[in-house]
Design a protein around this ligand. Structure first.
Ligand code: A3P
Length: 280
């Protein structure tokens, strides 16, 4: 079991991200027109990717996550002739420096960490690439300590928040997508410099609802072995509930108090903490 995980620069990765690949990321050759989709796991990565890929009417390739695979990965991405949309769960510090130098566009999606924790708990239970956890209580402790794959939610968020005002970075929240998807899709299209009609936006939103995406995956309208999460290739593990506030069905009052204490402490310098806590 322990061999499912290895540490790289202090962060737990699954063995699906080889140490050689992780080491080579520093030399990765970015292209100016690359678009990065960035998230901590279980924040709505597939939802964002589905929407973004549909906005283009030119040839684009939604690749597998940059940190997924072995050393041949970089070669594989180099060979792609079309524009690349590249997902990643890396924190800002581990991101290949070339993406920063070339000011590639990056979209960061984040979600109420309480719901992220609950979603990740179910993922740990269902995903054979992740270690076993027996109970929600046990997982809650691992999550708040950052002893989970991709490390601490807080560190990840803070590393990206520091760059939230960079011109090439767009910050999004899962809860805003739930509230008004057309508005956010419009925002994404403007950020990417795409001219998308309101009709097309409506259409994209319809095709990107939780139920549509889930049933597409079950009917294999989309390739069920292609995910934008480095932690599984099984799309069927992704579409669980798709709701805001499921944490209320899992957190005990005591866990909730402990979480808020840790949140307030870790996020005391965060300007965005408020946007994340409106559902607390
Ligand atoms: P739940 O486990 O709470 O249901 P990621 O893509 O980063 O792995 O995130 C997965 C989470 O996003 C899951 O949360 C999943 O159900 C939710 N999700 C995926 N597609 C969605 C959609 N179209 N609308 C709302 N939520 C969606």
């Amino acid at each position: 079991e322990a061999e499912l995980i290895h540490m790289f620069k202090g962060i737990p990765f699954t063995i699906r991200s080889s140490p050689e690949l992780l080491k080579s990321l520093d030399t990765f050759d970015a292209r100016e027109d690359d678009v990065l989709l960035v998230s901590y796991p279980k924040s709505g990565t597939h939802w964002l990717a589905g929407v973004t890929a549909k906005l283009y009417n030119t040839q684009v390739t939604l690749t597998s996550p940059i940190e997924f695979g072995d050393i041949s990965k970089l070669e594989e991405l180099n060979k792609l002739s079309s524009k690349r949309i590249i997902p990643t769960h890396l924190d800002y510090n581990m991101l290949p420096p070339n993406f920063k130098k070339k000011k590639c566009k990056m979209i960061y999606i984040s979600r109420n960490p309480k719901d992220t924790a609950v979603s990740m708990y179910h993922y740990y239970r269902d995903n054979p690439n992740l270690p076993t956890v027996d109970t929600w209580t046990a997982f809650f402790d691992l999550f708040v300590k950052g002893d989970v794959v991709c490390g601490s939610w807080f560190d990840h968020f803070l590393s990206w928040e520091e760059h939230a005002n960079d011109k090439n970075i767009l910050f999004l929240f899962y809860e805003d997508m739930k509230k008004d998807l057309p508005k956010i899709v419009k925002e994404i299209s403007l950020f990417l410099g795409l001219n998308v009609s309101d009709n097309d936006i409506q259409d994209i939103c319809k095709k990107s609802s939780f139920s549509e995406m889930k049933s597409d995956t079950e009917k294999e309208n989309s390739d069920p072995s292609h995910t934008v999460c480095a932690l599984t290739s099984n799309r069927r593990l992704i579409f669980r509930k798709g709701a805001v506030g499921d944490w209320k069905n899992h957190f005990t009052p005591k866990q909730n108090r402990r979480f808020e204490e840790i949140f307030n402490e870790k996020m005391k310098l965060s300007k965005m903490a408020k946007s994340l806590t409106y559902e607390f």
